[in-house]
Design a protein around this ligand. Structure first.
Ligand code: PSV
Ligand code: MN
Ligand code: MN
Length: 390
């Protein structure tokens, strides 16, 4: 079988980009233990250097999301220059509303105006970081919620949230977007103030055109049909970004495509069918994963490749056969058209594509052979390693 991809698929894959999170490179763990690996980055500069390795070997990961205050630095222009020197740029700026004692009962939803104002002001700081780094997207994951029925008024919290978001949205520049994530449970266990895509979408619709939904694949109840949500948000032009990861049980933040590569393919099929793969579609493809025990850079490379493989398969769907079967009500033939593409081994095709682009056909082998991990393990002794949080 030929290894070459059809020209339009190759073209689409060449322009695909995946953004990676700075917090993937620091030490992470569960509430039981944080494991420290040698050579962990000690500051945002070193996190960006590690992220640049992912781009160097895959060629499709040119942006890094930052998390404030974890990635707070003196001089953001300098940080952006450092990124550019390494061939990458700053992506979304993530705010943090989940590590301050003041936010025990909420942040953007808090009943106390002083605390709500503090949470809003934090987003003004994030917007300043966006201006200094050239970032387009302010990403908000709202951890607010309640643990017990009656603890607070569900409705009043929504009203306060709407007001807080409106103030943040008003502070954005005309070319900046607010992208709003949802999560069905955790850190609160009775209500979350943005538990689902419907709630996120309603807030985005109220805010304006530059407010869009972030779909984190790990933030749904088991068996949720995520590709249906993707199709629905794309119809509304309100899918701003993905946070890709895998979940087996809860919000596990494991490598995307690890738990369910078929689901990832189905998601990418909706994306391809809607033309949303194109760089100007407004959909940002990001990873949101934290490696607890596995080597960080290699783990990110694996995830980027998993997204690329799912995308290649989605691009191989015989749309004419699929369309004809759908129009004729040929249930099994339609399903077969999709499954044929899913079962195609695209790895040799992608290896050839990389070779054409002057990249090593096997990014993981090339990264391992580069000796980067040993090199940073020697160079980064002394100083505290950054963890999930610092
Ligand atoms: C917490 O669930 C979370 O994983 C959200 O998905 C955010 O995107 C991420 O942390 C970073 O704040
Ligand atoms: Mn996320
Ligand atoms: Mn999450």
């Amino acid at each position: 079988m030929s290894h070459s991809l059809p020209a339009p698929a190759a073209e689409a894959l060449r322009s695909q980009t995946i953004e990676i999170p700075s917090w993937a490179f620091g030490n992470a763990g569960t509430r039981f233990k944080v494991f420290t690996l040698p050579g962990g980055p000690r500051d945002p500069y070193e996190k960006i250097a590690d992220a640049a390795q992912v781009h160097r070997y895959t060629g499709i990961a040119p942006r890094v999301s930052l998390h404030i205050p974890w990635d707070r630095v003196e001089d953001y222009d300098d940080l952006a220059r450092h990124a550019a020197d390494l061939g990458v740029q700053i992506g979304a700026i993530n705010s943090n509303l989940f590590q301050d004692d003041d936010y025990r009962l909420g942040s953007l939803t808090h009943a106390d105006e002083r605390i709500r104002a503090k949470a809003i002001a934090h987003h003004r700081e994030c917007i300043d970081v966006m201006r200094a780094t050239g970032s387009q997207d302010l990403k908000i994951w709202l951890p607010d919620g309640t643990n017990y029925p009656g603890q607070d008024s569900i409705r009043a919290r929504q009203d306060r949230l709407a007001d807080s978001l409106a103030q943040i949205y008003a502070a954005l520049d005309a070319d900046q977007r607010l992208i709003l994530e949802y999560k069905f449970f955790e850190p609160y266990f009775y209500t979350m103030d943005i538990p689902d895509w419907g709630t996120s979408l309603l807030h985005c619709l109220a805010l304006g055109e530059r407010a869009l939904v972030v779909l984190d694949t790990g933030h749904h109840a088991p068996n949720t049909n995520i590709e249906f949500i993707v199709a629905q948000l794309l119809r509304q032009g309100r899918l701003g970004a993905f946070d890709f990861n895998s979940r087996f049980y809860a919000d596990d933040d494991l490598m995307v495509g690890a738990a369910d590569p078929f689901q990832l393919f189905r998601i990418m099929h909706e994306i391809v069918q809607a033309g949303a793969l194109s760089p100007d579609s407004g959909v940002s493809f990001m990873l949101d994963q934290c490696h607890n025990i596995e080597p960080k850079i290699q783990g990110q490379i694996r995830s980027v490749l998993n997204v690329q493989e799912a995308t290649a398969k989605a691009l191989l769907v015989d749309v004419e056969a699929l369309g004809a079967a759908q129009r004729d009500g040929q249930v099994l033939e339609a399903n077969e058209a999709l499954m044929d593409a899913y079962h195609t081994d695209v790895r040799p095709m992608l290896a050839d594509l990389r070779a054409d682009q002057g990249l090593d056909p096997d990014p993981i082998a090339a990264f391992k052979a580069s000796g980067y991990v040993d090199q940073v393990a020697d160079a980064r002794v002394g100083g505290a390693q950054a963890g999930w949080g610092a």
